[in-house]
Design a binder for this molecule. Structure first.
Ligand code: FCB
Length: 460
């Protein structure tokens, strides 16, 4: 049986085992643009990421999602891998432009049929599909009509949600409206790191509000068309810290980043109000009744979590703050992200206290730049250690009262990691991109053993 690594208050690891609910969900996550490839196959329309990747300088090494993991053609092999992992659930996203090539209007039967095959294959393997409607690949045709800046997008998104609900609602219960809305809004409209590549605070606040309206519309549509649905929204939540904790200006910067990053979506969606730092900024984009349209009852809160974030005051920056690095001496993953499991535990407790919804950790994992060793194996001890300490922190949060019901590793496969291209690998399974060969890493074997040990404990 696997021992957990537990951090005592002084940070020293001690072996200990604390129980999780017997029906705790162990899963893995992916997203459409990051793994599917087949971007111009079977009638798929272009997404904003296809366009964005074409611009030199946007993505490391000029990488694109054109081929990615070729999951569109290799999904059956990927389901077999998940089966070997013994995961209970798989979170994936539907590519909006694959099922609606122009974003609205005529649907694409070949694209819809792909997700039928995927869902049926998962169910046959005993793996529950968790479907996320939006993991950032907006149809380019909608971008050309203003994208998230056009208020009509809430209706376009609602129609897309209805298509998905009608098609798959007989087989899928678990739906998420959006993945990490704060990342694609802040990076796309505040920092020009994602499409549409703007640095424009007015556009940012407008986009935030329209994403929230679309969320509310999506919840209503899913509820109406899938009677047994369990609906959630996925937010990245991590502590926002001041680069100079003794500087009042940096503390204010961290608070503003916290509002944009952690609260701009959950608060209106679940508490029916915008964070006080943002209310005045969003006001010009609101119409009467909007907060009621946004704040619709949902069933669970998806937490994506990696590392704390840091901000510093920057009077020249349009938002008045800039991102800052973690202190030099903190522990880091191989790609330099801070490793801080205590922050994970505290985040879970904080989300539970604020929103009182069952929590599923829909993403957590570690990035590296690894390659197979001489024997052809990928021995990723650091990822295993990361997962052990973070799962242990999750157990601490549960022991302290947080209602956490599941954990999904990011990611099943190495994949297209946005601006970093293929350089950063997060998979439990290594992808040899030239051959598309899949090699389960040490972490995959460890995760399978851990899930098995948990199942045996449940039986005993
Ligand atoms: C999250 C994204 C996911 C992946 C991980 C590493 O912010 O949701 O697509 O890129 O980070």
């Amino acid at each position: 049986m696997e021992d957990d690594v537990v951090l005592d208050r002084g940070g020293a690891p001690v072996a200990e085992r604390r129980e999780l609910p017997h029906d705790f969900v162990w899963g893995v996550s992916t997203s459409s643009y990051q793994i599917e490839g087949a971007t111009d196959v079977d009638g798929r329309g272009p997404s904003v990421w296809d366009a964005y990747c074409r611009v030199p300088g946007h993505i490391a090494n000029g990488d694109t999602g054109d081929l990615a993991c070729d999951h569109y053609h290799r999904y059956a092999e990927d389901i077999s891998l998940m089966r070997k992992l013994r995961v209970h659930a798989y979170r994936f996203s539907v590519a909006w432009p694959r099922v609606l090539p122009k974003g609205r209007g005529a649907s694409n039967e070949a694209g819809l049929a792909f997700y039928d095959r995927l869902i049926d294959g998962l169910l046959a393997a005993g793996i529950e599909p968790w479907l996320c409607l939006y993991h950032w690949d907006l149809p380019q045709a909608l971008q050309e009509e203003g994208g998230w800046l056009n208020r009509d997008i809430a209706g376009w998104y609602g129609d897309y949600a209805e298509l998905v609900a009608r098609r798959y609602g007989d087989r899928i219960r678990r739906f998420a409206t959006f993945n990490e809305p704060s990342v694609f809004s802040l990076f796309g409209y505040g920092f020009a790191w994602h499409p549409p590549g703007l640095v424009d605070p007015v556009a940012l606040n407008r986009a935030i509000h329209h994403v929230n309206l679309a969320h509310g519309r999506g919840v209503d549509v899913l509820r109406a068309h899938v009677p047994r649905s369990s609906i959630g929204a996925i937010h990245n939540v991590q502590p926002s810290r001041a680069a100079g904790p003794r500087s009042a200006a940096d503390v204010a910067a961290a608070k503003l980043l916290d509002a944009y990053w952690n609260r701009a979506f959950p608060e209106p969606q679940l508490l029916g109000r915008y964070p006080e730092e943002l209310a005045r900024l969003v006001e010009p984009h609101m119409q009467a009744g909007d907060l009621d349209r946004i704040c619709r009852p949902i069933d669970w809160f998806g937490v994506n979590h990696y590392s704390p974030i840091y901000a510093k005051a920057a009077s020249e920056a349009v938002l008045g703050f800039a991102w800052a690095d973690a202190p030099a001496d903190v522990p880091r993953s191989p790609i330099g992200w801070q490793v801080d499991p205590i922050a994970f535990r505290d985040t879970l407790l904080d989300v539970w206290r604020r929103y009182r919804l069952p929590i599923y950790v829909t993403e957590n994992g570690a990035g590296a730049n690894e390659s197979p060793d001489g024997a052809g194996e990928v021995v990723d001890h650091e990822r295993v250690r990361y997962l052990k300490t973070y799962i242990s922190a999750l157990r601490d949060a549960v022991a302290a009262g947080a209602d956490v019901r599941g954990y999904f590793v990011w990611s099943l496969l190495d994949n297209f990691e946005w601006g970093a291209g293929y350089a950063n690998r997060f998979g439990l399974v290594y992808i040899d991109y030239p051959s598309q060969r899949r090699i389960p890493k040490e972490s995959a074997h460890w995760y399978a053993r851990m899930i098995r040990a948990e199942a045996l404990r449940g039986l005993g």
